[in-house]
Design a protein around this ligand. Structure first.
Ligand SMILES: O=c1[nH]c(=O)c2ncn([C@@H]3O[C@H](COP(=O)(O)OP(=O)(O)OP(=O)(O)O)[C@@H](O)[C@H]3O)c2[nH]1
Ligand SMILES: [Mg+2]
Length: 194
């Protein structure tokens, strides 16, 4: 029988969304804060997957999430991009939209990149999901517990930010959902081969 897969993340909100979207009890979880290199979105998830496989000594899934402000970005340079965690830490939800104060273009993208790695000697495989939207000036949320930048991201075609909408809605349009749709196809094909 093949070894169980472990989803490695230090973020409990990611884990809850992952479980709601994937609904597969056979996937284990390990709470490890993996080292995150400076680099492109794909390089970061690639290295996270390698590092996790080395620690877990078995097949792993990891993910890295970016928030990209189009006015601040150019091809292959997403900002705040993978550094959104540190921008959030230092500016807070109230401060982040101010980065766009001098720009008319408030459009943004959330990008989620899952990495699957069979073991530390294998090449990680990446799966990406993107949701387009824009940044609102003032945080808007309903849930008691706020997840990251959800309250300032308004997905295209919706009137509620990720922070206001029901989780069941976010989990059918989010960057994480779109990346996991690809992961699910991959895991299904892998199971069928074994
Ligand atoms: O509003 C949000 N909606 C989301 O859907 C979402 N997904 C991630 N984030 C935040 O963006 C940063 C990513 O950094 P990140 O990918 O390195 O995550 P992390 O360090 O928290 O966990 P991990 O690296 O152990 O998996 C962190 O501040 C996360 O809280 C989100 N915020
Ligand atoms: Mg991280």
């Amino acid at each position: 029988m093949s070894k169980p897969i472990t989803f490695v993340t230090g973020n409990k909100h990611k884990l809850l969304e992952f479980q709601a979207i994937v609904g597969d009890d056979s996937i284990l979880n390990a709470k490890v804060d993996l080292e995150e290199i400076q680099g492109s979105i794909n390089e970061i998830s690639y290295k996270k997957a390698k590092a996790a496989a080395k620690i877990i000594k078995g097949p792993v899934l990891v993910e890295d999430t970016c928030l990209m402000f189009n006015a601040l970005s150019k091809p292959d340079l997403e900002l705040p991009g993978p550094y959104i965690k540190w921008f959030l830490d230092s500016l807070g939800l109230e401060g982040l939209p101010k980065l766009l104060a001098g720009f008319e273009d408030k459009s943004a993208k959330t990008v989620c990149t899952f990495g699957y790695c069979e073991d530390e000697d294998s090449e990680p495989i990446l799966f990406q999901g993107v949701t387009e939207g824009r940044i609102v000036d003032t945080p808007r949320f309903n849930n008691d517990e706020v997840f990251g930048f959800d309250p300032i991201f308004l997905p295209d075609g919706f009137e509620q930010t990720f922070g206001e909408m029901d989780k069941s809605v976010k989990n059918t349009i989010s960057h994480r959902y779109r990346a996991l749709e690809k992961v699910k196809v991959f895991l299904k094909e892998k199971t069928e081969k074994n």
